[in-house]
Design a protein around this ligand. Structure first.
Ligand code: GDP
Length: 289
């Protein structure tokens, strides 16, 4: 919430104040605190000032203008994961450990299965036995097979086998989990590059999507993660998790402003149905409060 008012508080009788430099400065400060980042905060504030500077405004009008501005920035990036007639469509899922990759893959698999799609999951983080086990649990919940390889084996080799198997079985979608060890960036880069290379040997258009999963609670850190992963992989879209807590995901406005990458879905809890489409209006209202 950018403005510290509880629900039900009537703002209609509130005194209107002249929108001056000082007010704009406080607004900018609020936006920065809400993780919009300096550049985006400055731009949003300037847009709010346009046509209003020097005029009297109430907090309510300001909130409405701000919500409208946020929704305007977010509307072009609110796009569900595109489904292609291509079979199998290969979705590579990347992100740092703990961001919610495994959980998101499970939720997506469940949604696609419910929509009548045949889904296969590949547990590409072969170095973390716990991650593979987690994914198996999610596969069971979603009713989707999870292909695994022995601990420590080459993820690219698993990706190769998984694509061959998904194709042989006539699957619509293959979702590939990947490692998220950013502390060893060079290794990760080579590992992801090799997965992509191997996939392309079977289907030169693969992977068809590369989803970057981001944790809302990391705030501005998400900007750095997008920058890093865009260098490592051809990120085609984002999923932001953990928007059910106190984090309002203000950083998404900065990301939309800076990169314009589609936001395919948001995580709103730990259960299988807790994945929602990204709705710019709802998001803006929740952010502004
Ligand atoms: P990974 O290491 O990237 O595969 O991350 P996980 O999928 O294992 O998720 C890490 C933790 O975040 C787990 O405890 C999940 O239950 C939790 N988590 C993932 N998505 C969400 C979400 O949308 N909301 C909440 N509250 N927790 C989530």
């Amino acid at each position: 919430r950018l403005f510290g008012r509880g629900p039900g508080e009537d703002l209609r009788d509130e005194p209107r104040r002249v929108l001056d430099d000082q007010m704009l400065e406080s607004l900018e400060e609020l936006l920065i605190q809400a993780d919009l980042g300096v550049e985006t905060a400055v731009r949003v504030t300037a847009n709010i000032a346009e046509g209003r500077f020097g005029r009297k405004v109430s907090t309510r009008e300001l909130k409405q203008a701000l919500a409208a501005e946020v929704a305007r920035i977010m509307t072009p990036v609110a796009r569900p994961l595109p489904l292609y007639p291509k079979k199998p469509q290969v979705v590579l899922v990347v992100g740092v450990n703990g961001s919610g990759k495994t959980t998101t893959i499970g939720k997506l698999a469940s949604q696609f299965r419910a929509a009548g799609k045949k889904v296969v999951i590949a547990a590409g983080d072969t170095f973390r036995a716990a991650a593979v086990d987690q994914l198996k649990v999610w596969g069971e919940r979603a009713g989707v097979p999870v292909l695994t390889a022995p601990e420590g084996s080459d993820p690219a080799s698993l990706a190769w086998d998984a694509l061959a198997k998904a194709r042989a079985e006539g699957a619509d979608l293959l979702m590939i989990d990947t490692a998220g060890r950013l502390q060893n960036r060079q290794d990760l880069m080579e590992e992801l590059a090799k997965i992509v290379r191997v996939l392309k040997k079977q289907d030169e258009t693969a992977p068809h999507n590369t989803l970057l999963v981001l944790d809302a609670t990391t705030g501005q850190n998400a900007v750095i993660q997008v920058e890093i992963f865009r260098k490592i992989a051809e990120v085609s879209g984002l999923v932001m998790t953990k928007l059910d807590g106190t984090a309002k995901g203000g950083v998404l406005v900065a990301l939309a402003d800076k990169f314009g990458l589609p936001i395919h879905a948001i995580g709103v809890g730990e259960q299988i149905d807790d994945l929602s489409p990204f709705d710019p209006e709802d998001f803006a209202r929740a952010l502004v409060g």
